[in-house]
Design a binder for this molecule. Structure first.
Ligand SMILES: NC(=O)c1ccc[n+]([C@@H]2O[C@H](COP(=O)([O-])OP(=O)(O)OC[C@H]3O[C@@H](n4cnc5c(N)ncnc54)[C@H](OP(=O)(O)O)[C@@H]3O)[C@@H](O)[C@H]2O)c1
Length: 280
């Protein structure tokens, strides 16, 4: 696999995937919303950028010229996730790319979370356009809580006692690079979860041990999240995330690490591993 187009390449996940693809020997072309995002993509290893508007599809055909593979990840909780999958998948099918991977989510069929259901529909769209596509279903990333742990306060708007099998974003990116650069993953759906089941309370206790500083676990109310961190989001994104917090209260987000362990040829990184690496 020589050239891979990474959709959303300047974002949190896209930069990790660009780094992993570059390390695996692929040449990354970064699809970015605006030239202003170019420096972030280049810093993650991209060799070229293409400006693409995922909401209209403008720029997609040009971005796909000479591309062998595509890694598609949609902007977080985007209301038109399904339309974006349709535009990216159709353009990739027109371009005749050899490999296509779609970044979905763990348990896309969980009807209590509207943004998961949109991922399930997007998976279906991708598969109907590109039957050989590989679907990755990552758990929540350890990195979502890393800065908060390092600041000494894990404050979340859901239960401190709900179980999660969070996964290292670097491991997810390594798996993404693998399925695009090596044969044998066409048509597969891969659940990517971390190797341990932890609550936020557990994560705070482990952070105390590993970082050697006080780290509290605090539950904040959904109402204070709405007026705090949620205030800058669109009404739709707020509503999606409130539904996600309620689902987390009910059953957390738990998956199985077997597939990721097999792909990586080692145990996926634990929360302790990620905390230790962040200190160096
Ligand atoms: N966080 C998790 O734990 C987790 C777990 C599993 C799956 N996921 C999935 O991972 C995906 C990526 O999440 P993320 O947090 O990495 O996303 P992100 O940081 O928001 O990155 C998304 C990228 O898409 C770009 N973008 C937004 N609108 C666009 C448009 N109209 N046209 C072109 N580009 C556009 C953004 O550009 P700008 O940089 O210019 O804003 C950004 O670089 C999501 O689909 C999410 O559901 C996340």
């Amino acid at each position: 696999m020589r050239t891979v187009l990474v959709i959303g390449a300047a974002g949190k996940t896209g930069r990790a995937v660009a780094r992993a693809l570059t390390a695996a020997g692929a040449e990354v072309r970064a699809a970015v919303r605006s030239p202003d995002s170019g420096p972030r993509a280049y810093a993650a290893g991209a060799r070229s950028i293409s400006v693409v508007d995922l909401e209209s599809g403008a720029g997609l055909d040009e971005a796909l010229e000479g591309v062998d593979g595509v890694y598609h990840l949609a902007p977080n909780v985007h209301p038109d996730e399904v339309g974006i999958a349709e535009r990216v998948g159709s353009a990739a099918a027109r371009a005749g790319v050899q490999r296509f991977a779609f970044h979905s989510v763990l348990h896309p069929d969980d009807a209590s979370m509207p943004h998961h259901v949109r991922k399930a529909e997007a998976e279906h769209v991708v598969r109907s356009l590109l039957p050989g596509a590989t679907v990755l279903r990552p758990a929540a990333y350890h990195q979502n809580l890393l800065d908060a742990a390092r600041s000494g306060r894990l404050a979340v708007p859901y239960s401190l006692d709900a179980p999660f099998t969070n996964v290292d974003l670097g491991d997810v990116a390594a798996a993404a690079a693998l399925v695009l650069t090596r044969p044998g993953h066409e048509g597969l759906t891969l659940e990517l979860a971390g190797p341990e089941m932890l609550t936020v309370r557990d994560q705070a206790a482990i952070a105390v041990d590993v970082l050697g500083v006080p780290v509290s676990a605090e539950r904040i109310s959904p109402e204070s999240w709405v007026t705090g961190r949620g205030a800058s989001l669109s009404a739709q994104a707020r509503s999606d995330l409130l539904a996600m917090f309620a689902a987390y209260d009910h059953h957390g987000l738990v998956g199985d690490a077997t597939t990721l362990r097999r792909l990586l040829g080692r145990s996926p990184r634990t929360w302790s591993d990620v905390l230790r690496a962040s200190g160096s």
